[in-house]
Design a protein around this ligand. Sequence first.
Ligand SMILES: Nc1ncnc2c1ncn2[C@@H]1O[C@H](COP(=O)(O)OP(=O)(O)OP(=O)(O)O)[C@@H](O)[C@H]1O
Ligand SMILES: [Mg+2]
Length: 338
Amino acid sequence: MSFFKKVQTMFGSAAGSTPAGTATMTAPMGSSSPSSSSASPGPKISGVGTSGPYVAMGQKEKIVPKGGGIEGVRNIIAVGSGKGGVGKSTITLNLAIALQRQGLKVGVLDADIYGPSQQHLTRAARPEMADEETLHPSQYEGVKIISVAMFSGVNQAQVMRGPMATQLLRQFLTQVTWGDLDYLLIDLPPGTGDIQLSLAQMAPLTGAVLVTTPQEMSIIDVRKAVSMFKTLNVPMLGVVENMSYFVCDSCDKKHYIFKNGGGSRLAKELGLPLLAEIPLDSRVVETSDEGKAVMVQMPNSDAAKAFVQSAKTINDALVRQQKDGGDGGLGYFLLEWK
Ligand SMILES: Nc1ncnc2c1ncn2[C@@H]1O[C@H](COP(=O)(O)OP(=O)(O)OP(=O)(O)O)[C@@H](O)[C@H]1O
Ligand SMILES: [Mg+2]
């Protein structure tokens, strides 16, 4: 039985009926191994390893990544934390839209196999089949998206062992027609486990964005993620502090509910830029629960402006690094921030 057949069996009928022309977990990626898809239009991973970031923003000609990569995908950026519930998924999506609004080609891969959020956040449709082995990603606001939740029922648990989750992740990387992308953002699950390790082994990550909330309780876990990224040789691009402060309706004062300044202290400690301080805003929750991003619904909100600024900072730094001839690491980039 093929891998996808097994997953389909696990999802059972709760996966719902399949609209004509859309994918099931059984058919699209077939039974062949990920590396044997030479006839498929899906991307292929070459030289799999952790050996190096690669950038090509603003470049006319294609830059061949040093450490190998997904064909056509110039930068893979993981959004991680170590801590659960700090806003990784929300930030991944809004950052992706912010990059897309800057004219870049962007995709989002939901690597949270056991607790996927991107389908809830976007209500993106079930992906269509490209051929019997390959899926076209779904789309939301011009961003390509894939998530295991697109294949399963809303309340259905992803019951699968670690190796199977890793295999699914591999197929999301290699058997999805990502096409030409400036950025593929990876929404990581909480923790420092199997998925993070596998991802770093399977795809050469350009870097990681660290997400934290201001209080020490969160920062303790982010430090563990920092240690993991260092071990995996994944360069860290910066810190996003989420739920930084709350501005109530009746006054303009910023209320620092989860304490003040944790994100900036962490960024300073790591010698990284503080990419954004995103306010705690009930409209973020409301729009998210409606399957719409705050970047789309409230582009003039402080939260949306913070996403735009973060996207610009990341992209500008990578473009600059490329222009200056950075060819095999973000060491230069990081030093610049120090
Ligand atoms: N700036 C914000 N203001 C208000 N609510 C927020 C903000 N950012 C995220 N949230 C809300 O916090 C909750 C958790 O967010 P999210 O799912 O993005 O976190 P996560 O880190 O991905 O969680 P998990 O570790 O479970 O994957 C959601 O309800 C989301 O709408
Ligand atoms: Mg999440």
